[in-house]
Design a protein around this ligand. Structure first.
Ligand code: PLP
Length: 458
């Protein structure tokens, strides 16, 4: 008998046919979708063929179980839940704010049936999708009017286009921020059709700087919240009320891009150990024409851009042609209205972001202890419970460090981290000091079991 290893062609002939490998893989995992098994089988055979051509001694054996596993991976939904053990409460890469149960229920209800999205039930006629959230937003912030778009970047572009398109917008040099994901104030201004007029310096901008820059071409005075960085030391900036008074004295609108949009009052911010942050209501009360902020940062609702302010300014924004391109869908509005209703009803601690911002470190320690005990009970790897530092995230309150607790896992960090990410429900940990930290601040109590499952046996 000829030596089969002498010629790669013999090995190639030994490779299974696609249908054979598919049948074998389906025998291992009958529930894997057929299209995925076929794709995985073809890929496995092609890889084996390439390996044989590169090295005549390579094996032609393909494990059906490996094909079944690859098929399962192909069929996994591309967007899925993960467990946030990073200690970053509003993690932009992890979908920002998780919704409150009431918001989820509202989404489910509106998703499953017809709704009064643009129908006025009292009048029996066409209504406005903006009316639903506007009433709640006005009640909560003291604004005269409100509207909602898809995100705060859209809100900024829209408001600039509607109120200052083709004219100059005066902004402090200390506020020409980049938020991430290519949101840069100078670019956003250019996109809106307005022209940037910078005033002041990086660290100091005075009222006189704005005053001197106002001219025939001025369309607006804009203040941008320095969401994701802080300027400390020798600094000066102009407050919202002063800016609004100056603008109105010259017949101009003033706008504040507030970024995160905190609704917790100063006492609660302080009690939670958060740096003082102007609330939306405070900025509205300062008299500026428009305040815009995100729905899914500190507010803890769905991704949305919220605009509140004077009736005339909001009316101009609502009637701008871009509004049609940026309007939110019914699911967003349902989640947003339900989230806002929790604030109105004094039930804002049901908003996960609020609960996580205000979590008591003693309760976090208890949760970390419970997680460590559950890991031990499941025969998982050795762990210790250690103090940790959590952050707000979402480009909000960059200087805040919140006392937290973490379960720290013994063992090689990178391998462990990769295993956690590969779990059926992936767990995203923090790797620091060469160790894997599972911070419990951004977790829900119902998520501990996923962490235990992802760690597996020690
Ligand atoms: C986050 C942020 C934005 C962008 O908001 P999105 O909702 O992410 O589009 C704009 N301006 C400021 C100041 C921000 O902090």
């Amino acid at each position: 008998m000829a030596d089969i290893t002498a010629d790669p062609a013999n090995w190639l002939r030994a490779l299974p046919a696609v249908h054979e490998l598919v049948d074998a893989a389906l025998a291992v995992d009958g529930a894997a979708p057929r299209w995925a098994v076929v794709e995985a089988a073809r890929a496995a055979i092609a890889a084996r063929r390439a390996a044989i051509l590169a090295d005549a001694g390579a094996s032609a054996t393909i494990e059906p179980a490996a094909v079944a596993a690859a098929a399962r991976a192909l069929a996994t939904p591309p967007l899925r839940r993960v467990v946030n053990c990073t200690g970053v409460i509003v993690h932009t890469n992890l979908g920002r704010a998780p919704l409150a149960p009431a918001a989820i229920a509202a989404v489910v209800e509106v998703a499953a049936s017809a709704s009064n999205l643009e129908y006025d039930l009292a009048a029996g006629a066409r209504g406005s999708r903006h009316a639903h959230a506007a009433a709640l937003l006005c009640a909560l912030t003291g604004a005269e009017a409100a509207c909602v778009v898809n995100n705060n970047a859209a809100a900024t572009v829209l408001a600039l286009a509607a109120l200052a398109g083709g004219r100059e917008v005066i902004v402090s040099r200390g506020e020409l921020v980049e938020i991430g994901g290519a949101f840069r104030i100078p670019d956003i201004l250019a996109l809106s059709g307005a022209t940037l007029r910078e005033v002041g310096t990086t660290n100091k901008t005075r009222l006189a700087d704005y005053e001197r820059a106002i001219g025939e071409r001025t369309g607006m005075l804009l203040k941008v919240h320095r969401s994701n960085f802080a300027i400390v030391g020798f600094t000066a900036e102009v407050g919202e009320a002063e800016l609004a008074a100056l603008a109105h004295g010259r017949g101009l609108p003033a706008m504040v891009d507030l970024g995160s949009g905190c609704m917790l009052d100063r006492a609660r911010q302080h009690a939670a150990g958060l740096p003082a942050e102007p609330t939306v209501a405070e900025v509205v009360a300062s008299g500026v024409d428009v305040v815009c902020f995100s729905g899914d940062k500190l507010l803890g609702g769905p991704q949305a851009g919220i605009l509140v302010g004077r009736a005339a300014a909001i009316a101009a924004i609502r009637s701008h042609p871009l509004m049609r391109a940026l309007r939110p869908d019914k699911l967003t509005l349902a989640a947003l209205c339900a989230t806002l209703a929790l604030y109105r009803d004094g039930r804002d601690r049901e908003v996960p972001v609020v609960a996580r911002l205000e979590a008591d470190p003693a309760a976090l320690r208890a949760r970390a202890d419970a997680l460590a005990a559950a890991i031990a009970a499941a025969g998982g790897p050795a762990v210790t419970v250690e103090p940790s530092v959590a952050t707000v995230g979402g480009g909000a309150m960059p200087t805040a460090s919140l006392a937290s607790w973490a379960v720290v896992v013994a063992g090689p960090a990178d391998a462990l981290d990769a295993r956690l990410r590969a779990a059926a429900v992936p767990v995203i940990a923090r790797v620091a000091d060469g160790r894997v930290w599972l911070d419990v601040r951004a977790l829900g109590d119902d998520e501990l079991a996923w962490v235990v499952a992802a760690l597996g046996k020690g």
